[in-house]
Ligand binder design. Structure first.
Ligand SMILES: Nc1ncnc2c1ncn2[C@@H]1O[C@H](COP(=O)(O)OP(=O)(O)OP(=O)(O)O)[C@@H](O)[C@H]1O
Length: 555
């Protein structure tokens, strides 16, 4: 199933605002870069004056003035570079943070839609892009501005200098592009293998009791080793290609120096240029070719970064929230399921065919059926977490799949089969990380009979509740139950809520379901013992496992 979810947009300014705040800074950086290049241009100019003017006139005063000017220009250039670096770092930080939030929201949607690999890689891609933005590449790109400046100056010195330098810069750029083409695939494959291997290993090591207890570690490592070996070999290939590229670039650099000096000497012997012009031309050539050399030298940074940017923009595009659908005013209040059809992902058979039913507020229904009949899948479709094959689900007129998540989320209470507590305190988890304080969380805990159990935790409501907090299975379930009832949701969906609860907790749960129903909520709960709910439930919805279903409501 390819559910595209309408999670709320991250708490960031809209896309335009990002561009709006970054563009002026970028413009300042470009201006600063031009100023930096101008100071660098001054160096060969001063050298030319020393050679052609001072040596001729033998004026020490002029030499002193030129030396001071040289020093001043150097200091100015350094200061401007420093300012530019600070601005670029601040801009990278800002762009990176916004990107992270956008990517994170898209990643969650893509992950919920089933593409966990793309989702996990997206987080690595954000890190790669941050490295690119925070590294030397942005400054190197801005330094490309020096090329036309230097080429123009070389043209003025002599068109032959221009031609030699232009050819050298072009050759270096071509080497860079070819190297990138060759190495990009190798590197991407190595990174993919590395990521997949690491994810699989971390996933298995998460089941540490099983892995250690049953002696599965050698088998786990044996599965991981070849993947890791492939990844290391791929990275090795990419490193070798990078070294070959560096060698080639060095060669191109030497050839360029020889060509420029050769051209200069020939022009000098032919009396077409002065000695100062020749010295100026040799340093100017560096100014024109160094940015290209730097960029090509850092090809791996920008190649990885650009590949990460491409993948991320794909994830952001796929994870874009669908256009929100407003509530249908003519729909009845409560839960309305219309012609719902569910299919097993990737399989031909239907889990459920054409389910239509309406449950007004104040109804509790048990969902029963054999293992694998589709009970959990039905709950997820009802909650708008998975896109059905056909049909739709409305809660008080809101389409649960297409409504903005910020609207529909607070109307829902959900206890998944595993408690799924998030990092944070018991209080924060019950209160859904909201701002309504302790009162709401305590009320919800009291409602499901979890208050005393939470009181027995070392730090009570302030106790950590995340996956590594050490809560017992039953304690975690009680906290998750309180979360499901918090804020008086309009629809409460409980997937096998009794599992792992002791007798008093089960009694508390029954009372909570009855109270929520009497308070006007629709309660759906999956149970393998529907008769145990006879007193509380208003009906039983049975999934047969062959796509058919039946609903029996009490008279
Ligand atoms: N993400 C998935 N990918 C592939 N198949 C899936 C996926 N989710 C569910 N299924 C399949 O859909 C069917 C219904 O699963 P579901 O978990 O909804 O059943 P259930 O009635 O809740 O089962 P149980 O009582 O064992 O919890 C099963 O055959 C299951 O293998």
């Amino acid at each position: 199933m390819s559910g595209v979810l309408s999670l709320p947009a991250p708490a960031t300014a809209p896309r335009g605002a990002t561009a709006g705040t970054v563009l002026p800074v970028l413009l300042v950086c470009i201006l600063l870069s031009m100023a930096v290049q101008a100071t660098m241009l001054t160096t060969p100019l001063l050298t030319m004056h020393v050679f052609d003017g001072v040596l001729e006139s033998r004026s020490l005063d002029t030499l002193w003035v030129l030396a001071l000017a040289f020093l001043a220009v150097l200091m100015l250039g350094g200061a401007l570079r420093h300012m530019r670096a600070a601005l670029l770092a601040a801009m990278a930080e800002r762009v990176g943070r916004r990107l992270e939030l956008r990517a994170l929201a898209a990643t969650v949607r893509v992950s919920l839609a089933g593409d966990r690999v793309a989702a996990a890689r997206a987080l690595q891609d954000v890190a790669a892009l941050r490295r690119l933005l925070g590294g030397t590449v942005p400054a190197d790109v801005l330094d490309l501005l020096s090329i036309p400046l230097a080429l123009g100056f070389l043209w003025m010195l002599h068109p032959l200098f221009f031609a030699v330098t232009f050819a050298a810069a072009l050759a270096q750029a071509v080497i860079g592009v070819l190297a990138d083409r060759t190495a990009r695939g190798t590197l991407a494959a190595a990174m993919l293998a590395e990521g997949q291997g690491r994810r699989e290993l971390i996933g298995r090591l998460g089941q540490r009791d099983l892995v250690l207890g049953l002696g599965l570690l050698p088998a786990v490592l044996a599965r991981f080793a070849p993947v890791q070996a492939r990844a290391i070999a791929g990275r090795g290939d990419a490193e070798r290609q990078a070294r070959a590229l560096a060698g080639l670039l060095q060669l191109a650099g030497f050839a360029q120096q020889i060509a420029v000096v050769g051209t200069g000497v020939w022009l000098l012997l032919d009396h077409r240029i002065s000695p100062g012009s020749m010295i100026a031309a040799t340093s100017m050539v560096n100014l024109a070719t160094q940015p290209v050399m730097h960029l090509v030298g850092h090809w791996r940074d920008w190649s990885e970064g650009m590949a990460a940017a491409r993948r991320l923009s794909g994830v952001v595009r796929r994870g874009a929230p669908p256009a929100p659908v407003p509530p249908e005013v003519s729909a009845p209040s409560g839960l309305l399921i219309e012609d719902l059809t569910l299919r097993v992902p990737g399989a031909a058979r239907s889990l459920l065919e054409g389910m239509s039913l309406s449950l007004p507020p104040g109804n509790a229904v048990v969902i029963a059926g054999p293992n694998g009949a589709g009970k959990t899948t039905l709950l997820r479709a009802i909650l708008g977490l998975a896109e059905p094959e056909g049909g739709r689900v409305l809660l008080d007129g809101w389409d649960t799949l297409r409504a903005p998540r910020g609207e529909i989320g607070p109307r829902l209470g959900y206890l998944p089969q595993d408690a799924q507590l998030l990092e944070g305190s018991v209080m924060e988890n019950i209160g859904r990380f909201g701002t309504d304080g302790a009162a709401g969380a305590v009320a919800a805990a009291r409602m499901v009979g979890a208050h005393d159990a939470i009181g027995r935790l070392p730090r009570g409501y302030e106790n950590a509740a995340g996956p590594d907090a050490g809560l017992s299975g039953g304690q975690a379930r009680l906290v998750a139950l309180a979360r499901a009832f918090h804020g008086a949701p309009r629809l409460i969906v409980l997937d096998e809520p009794e599992a792992g609860l002791d007798a008093p907790a089960r009694a508390g749960l029954r009372n909570a379901v009855a109270a929520a129903r009497d308070g006007g909520a629709v309660v759906l709960l999956v149970s393998h013992a529907p008769s145990a709910w006879q007193e509380v439930a208003d009906g039983v919805l049975t999934l047969k496992g062959d796509g058919s279903w039946s609903l029996e409501m009490d008279a």
